[in-house]
Design a protein around this ligand. Structure first.
Ligand SMILES: [Zn+2]
Length: 182
């Protein structure tokens, strides 16, 4: 059975600001959620996606690491916890599928150590560069933190018109009753 493609919620949707709950990695529903995240990400062409972005408040994220050899690029992080960040804080132009078309410079630590529930128990990854950054971005989503929260006040001010456009999009969807809940 082909996993379905979910709608990616935009900035302004309530689910992006809520704290996600831990899940049971052995629960078949967790596998279904991961498959849905992959088909949604593949159809959009991004490099990372967190469950709250498709309206599911579970602590599950997926990350594509383009710097790994082919076949080993797809990371599935269930109940991820960043135990440490390291290296200098560096700028990089980030985007987010919940903010289509918006790219802005975000400063983060160069790398992160993350523990998560793998298929055979607890796993630990130490990632630098792009993967380290994507992991920090995606794990933020599980606590309702978005990349624009890392920007200074004035920078956010200049992005305001675009942010309002996302909020209006979600607002009208809700008003027109296309989706129930949050
Ligand atoms: Zn994001």
């Amino acid at each position: 059975m082909k996993a379905q493609v979910a709608r990616i919620r935009r900035y302004g949707h309530g689910c992006l600001r809520r704290k996600a709950r831990p899940v049971d990695p052995a629960d078949p529903k967790t596998r279904v959620l991961l498959d849905t995240l992959w088909s949604t990400l593949d159809s959009d062409g991004g490099v990372g996606l967190a469950a709250p972005q498709i309206g599911c408040l579970s602590r599950v994220v997926i990350v594509v690491d383009p710097e790994r050899p082919r076949g080993r690029r797809k990371l599935e992080l269930v109940n991820p916890v960043i135990t440490k960040t390291f290296g200098p804080r560096v700028p990089f132009e980030e985007g987010c599928l919940s903010f289509p078309g918006l790219y802005t410079m975000v400063w983060r630590n160069q790398g992160a150590v993350v523990t998560y529930d793998g298929p055979k128990g607890k796993c630990t990854l130490r990632e630098e560069g792009l993967a380290g950054r994507i992991i920090q971005h995606e794990v933020d989503h599980l606590d309702g933190v978005l990349f624009v929260d890392h920007l200074s006040g004035w920078k956010k001010f200049f992005l305001l018109p675009r942010l309002i456009s996302y909020v209006m999009f979600e607002f009208w969807r809700k008003v027109r009753g296309k989706e129930r809940g949050g």
